[in-house]
Ligand binder design. Structure first.
Ligand code: ADP
Ligand code: MG
Length: 255
């Protein structure tokens, strides 16, 4: 099977009048269809930069990014992006927020509307369809933001610390919730997080990055007895703390 995404010896630096800031150094990894990859690394090491390269906001300085076997620039892969802030518009109802993507892309047809209805229904938000975002809890807002992202039927979903603005308990619940939705929808997802437990409970593999400029320190495959185990169950599995220690050690070691 062909990977959905490949990074081949990718390097990137920011250039400003003050000089050059190398952000990524020789990054190589690939992601298969339906895989959930978590990326962890020190603050400021280049995680968001890596996602910006996938989404095409930035271009690699060296190396190559391939999507479905095609060079990044040649590929028409549909990429969904979910950020820490949900960016729901207060002047639009939840329904109109969810349909924003198809509207902008001029693909707001009956099918898109039915799909939005069905997802709001499946994920427990249909009662809030006509409400403004302020009527929803933080967790529900993130769920609405996810549905809005999924309404564009992305081939890959990029999540940049999407739960970090939530309080601890909500964060656990929403992580569980959103992880479950992505598994059910069979989405290929890349989650950037500084929360190691979140990475271990949600992902199939964890990409551990070094200090800036980020290099791949290790790619750790996670083996739980059932990949569909909900995150809260994974937390109590015996291998959870082994994985945690392994990633922690990798992040702490220099070089
Ligand atoms: P992370 O998401 O891992 O915290 P980023 O990818 O946002 O890190 O940033 C990596 C490094 O690149 C940081 O040192 C940051 O200061 C620098 N950086 C990010 N964006 C820019 C930019 N537009 N211009 C110059 N430097 C930048
Ligand atoms: Mg970041």
């Amino acid at each position: 099977m062909e990977p959905v995404l490949e990074f081949i010896n990718v390097c990137f630096s920011y250039h400003s009048p003050d000089g050059e800031t190398p952000a990524l150094s020789d990054i190589t990894f690939s992601v298969m269809s339906g895989e959930f990859i978590a990326i962890v690394g020190p603050s400021g090491c280049g995680k968001t930069t890596l996602l910006s390269l996938i989404s095409g906001l930035l271009e690699p300085e060296a190396g190559e990014i391939r999507l479905f076997g095609k060079s990044r620039g040649m590929s028409e892969t549909n990429i969904g992006y979910m950020l820490q802030k949900d960016h729901l518009f207060e002047w639009r109802t939840i329904y109109d927020n969810v349909l924003l993507g198809p509207e902008i892309h001029h693909s707001l047809n009956q099918e898109a509307k039915e799909q939005a209805d069905s997802m709001l229904n499946t994920y427990g938000l249909s009662a809030f369809k006509d409400s403004p975002p302020s009527a929803l809890s933080g967790g529900m807002r993130q769920r609405a933001a996810l549905i809005r992202t999924l309404a564009l039927e992305p081939d890959i979903l990029l999540l940049d610390e999407p739960f970090s603005a939530l309080d601890y308990q909500t964060r656990l619940e929403v992580g569980d919730d959103i992880g479950g939705i992505l598994r059910r929808e069979g989405k290929t997802a890349i989650l950037v997080t500084h929360d190691l437990a979140e990475a271990i409970t949600l992902a199939d593999r964890v990409l551990i990055l070094s200090h800036r400029p980020a290099r791949v320190r290790k790619i750790l495959p996670l083996h739980f007895s059932d990949p569909f185990d909900p995150p809260l169950k994974r937390r109590s599995a015996p291998c959870f703390s082994e994985y945690f220690d392994e990633i922690w050690k990798e992040l702490k070691s220099n070089g």
